[in-house]
Design a protein around this ligand. Structure first.
Ligand code: ZN
Ligand code: ZN
Length: 245
């Protein structure tokens, strides 16, 4: 016998079109594979809640078993999985890019801060070749139109912060006095400052402008270039002075 009539669709079909079923007299299911698929689908649709509940319970009770199975599967099918993933990414390139973009731009301020911190921490501990790559990237970036604009905006913002919080107490005399008060040393590391090399002497905001500090003589100090760079926009207690620098 090479053909069989499907109980459901009444078509006479090759036996290949029937699933095996040991209980039945001829060892085959009485509905064809196609009808079985439709039946199963209908069943799943009609019993969605029941099935969901059951599978949820099963997953809950067999967490370890499932994890083990998943692990085994992914180990045995590494290549297939990575190929599939790659294909999926290829196929959905645009949607994925859009989703990433939306996720990126819809992030809350906290998420953005965390993202920045993560990136910074990563770079701080990154191997030298990564740092070098970043420096090269920055150099190119700030030479590009977009990078130039970002830099300009940032400097503009900083200047605006400075002007808006400026109380006109930073006069030449006041700055001279400040240097004297600091014994002509760096406020942070106490190293002598070389006033013959003005580029190495930085006027540092003790509470950074970015954190609400003001541009006032009470909020500035003389600092060496190294400390100023390291302090960047940290608060004094967030900043650890490196005496060996
Ligand atoms: Zn059928
Ligand atoms: Zn210093």
């Amino acid at each position: 016998m090479t053909t069989k009539i499907c109980y459901k669709c009444k078509n006479s079909l090759n036996v290949d079109n029937f699933h095996k079923q040991s209980r039945s007299p001829d060892g085959l299911s009485n509905v064809c594979k196609n009808c079985k698929r439709i039946q199963d689908k209908e069943y799943r649709e009609q019993n969605k809640e029941k099935i969901d509940l059951k599978s949820k319970e099963y997953r809950k009770n067999n967490k370890e078993k499932i994890a083990l199975k998943d692990k085994k599967y992914s180990e045995q099918n590494k290549e297939v999985i990575s190929k599939k993933r790659k294909e999926y990414r290829e196929r959905n390139k645009e949607q994925l890019a859009e989703r990433r973009k939306q996720k990126y731009h819809s992030a809350s301020e906290e998420e953005i801060a965390l993202r920045k911190k993560k990136k910074k921490d990563y770079l701080k501990n990154a191997p030298e070749h990564v740092k070098q790559r970043k420096r090269e990237y920055d150099k190119k970036y700030f030479a590009s139109e977009r990078g130039k604009n970002v830099l300009k905006n940032s400097l503009h913002k900083r200047r605006a912060q400075m002007l808006s919080s400026c109380d006109n107490t930073i006069t030449l005399d006041a700055l001279e006095n400040l240097a004297k008060e600091q014994n002509y040393t760096c406020k942070w590391c106490n190293k002598p400052l070389n006033y013959e090399l003005p580029k190495q002497i930085h006027l540092d905001h003790i509470i950074p402008l970015a954190k609400g500090g003001i541009h006032s003589i009470d909020n500035v100090c003389w600092s060496c270039a190294s400390c100023n760079f390291k302090k960047s926009s940290k608060l004094p207690d967030e900043f650890i002075v490196d005496l060996n620098a």
